[in-house]
Each structure stands twice: as C-alpha cells, then as structure tokens.
Design a protein around this ligand. Structure first.
Ligand code: NI
Length: 267
C-alpha cells in the first residue's frame, strides 16, 4: 500500500492496518526480552509500562523503525516526536477490557494530530481482545466521557464515551505478531477480554508532529525520532546508551515525573 493510500484511508476511517513491521521471529525476540525482564522483576513494574524506550535500547530502536515511521509520516508529516510508549498486556483468560473511549479526552494536546501505532508482539485477534475501532468516529470531534470505575476496565477510571456505541459498528484491528495498526487520537476505540489461553501483548507508540503543543500541565518531554524540531514545544529526550544504565534511569525518572497525569488516563 502506498503512502498516499495509507493517508487517504486514515483520513476517512481514522485508522489503518495492517502494517508489517517485524517478522514473527523478531516479534518473538521482543516478547522474550520482555518476559525475561518480567520474570526477574515479578512482572512489569508500573513505571516501566510507560516511556520504556528511555531505558531499553531495543525499544529505543523500535520507536524509530522505518516501517513504522514511514506510515506515521504519511499521516502526520516528516517531523516526528515520540511522546510515549505503553505496554498493553492481557493475560490468558484475563477479564480486563477497555471501554469505548477517545485518547484525546485527557491528554491535553492540540491540535489533535496525534497518532498511535499499535504493534503486536503476539497475534492480536477477536478471541484474545484486539483493539476495536468505530470507523469515521474521529470526524465527530471530541465526545463527552464519564468515569465508570468498572472493576475489570483496564482504563484507570473506566472512562467511556457518553454515547451508545453499536457493537456491530466496531471493526477488529486483527494483527499477526509483528504487524502494527495506526489509529487517530479522536477515533472511538476499545477492546474485549482475552478469552484465549495465551497472553496478548502489544505496545502502543504515541507520535506527534512537532507543531503539536500541550494545553495544560507541567512541560513534558518527548523523543525526536525523525526530521527536525523547529517548535521546541517539548524538551527533547536523550537516547539510552545501555539498558537501564544510570543516565537512562535518570532521564526516565525525569520524564515520568512530568508525566504523572498520563498514568491515570491511558491504561
Ligand atoms: Ni486508547
């Protein structure tokens, strides 16, 4: 698929998939690294769910993977910041789900030209709770949300759009391990529980064109991954030189300290 058809499809629908980024073997290697870390630390500590590219060199390389950035460039242009990454892990038979929501609701970023690239480290299927989107919903603008605080809702406050979503309208963004999807910050999306006997593991990469700015909160930081930053709306982050070395830990701690409100909104 050419860049112009990615762009056209994304503009109309608010999403685009699938994009082959890694081979299944390469995706499996990323999963092994993650799981080795989890077994050393009794799971993934909460602070390392976010912005982990600041401490982990394999993830630092992945946020600038040309196959991801070429697709991202097709929709937001050539000057690209990575603002965050989040691991989204659903355990086997995990009742956790994500209610229908728009990512724009609490992020405080303007204009809303933020794109998420969601990369599967495992297959992401209807059975194991892949991301689902409502096509074209990004064209309706910001919708009011309310907090449901549902026990199994993976969003910290169970935020949900205050309009009834017809489940039949939802499109499953099914991916094979190593494939990615793109979705617009205003597109209504959610996901169902993992009914399978394996984990479902994905990483969401949040990308902004350099002209996007924060409308609230402490000045944040971001990583320039392509092009130039002529705007200076974010402090630019350093690349990690070695996994979890002292400088990397310090830059991650600094970035996360400014990023507090993010943790409560983006699970
Ligand atoms: Ni979301």
């Amino acid at each position: 698929m050419s860049d112009s058809s990615i762009c056209e499809s994304y503009r109309t629908d608010g999403y685009y998939f699938p994009i082959r980024v890694l081979s299944p073997d390469e995706a499996g290697e990323c999963r092994r690294r993650l799981e080795a870390f989890e077994s050393e630390h009794q799971g993934l500590p909460d602070r390392y769910r976010f912005k982990t590219y600041l401490v982990w060199t394999w993830l630092d390389r992945l946020i600038r993977h040309p196959r991801i950035l070429d697709a991202v460039e097709a929709v937001i242009g050539p000057d690209i910041l990575c603002w965050s990454t989040d691991f989204f892990i659903k355990e086997p038979h995990d009742p956790g789900f994500v209610s229908w929501h728009q990512d724009s609701t609490y992020w405080g970023l303007e204009p809303p030209e933020v794109v998420t690239a969601w990369l599967g480290l495992t297959d992401s299927t209807e059975e194991n709770g892949c991301v689902r989107v409502v096509p074209g919903s990004h064209l309706d603008g910001q919708i009011t949300h309310h907090d449901t605080f549902g026990a199994d809702n993976l969003l910290s406050r169970g935020q949900e759009v205050m309009v009834k979503v017809d489940e039949r309208e939802g499109v499953d963004l099914t991916l094979s391990a190593g494939e990615a999807s793109l979705h617009h910050v205003l597109v209504v999306h959610g996901s169902r529980p993992n009914a399978s006997s394996d984990r479902r593991i994905g990483i969401a990469f949040r990308y902004l064109p350099t002209h996007v700015r924060q409308t609230e909160g402490v000045r944040e930081s971001a990583m320039l991954v392509r092009g130039v930053d002529d705007y200076g709306n974010f402090d630019l982050e350093p690349r990690p030189r070695a996994d979890f070395d002292e400088a990397a830990l310090a830059s991650h701690a600094d970035a996360m300290g400014r990023f507090e409100r993010f943790g409560e909104t983006s699970r």
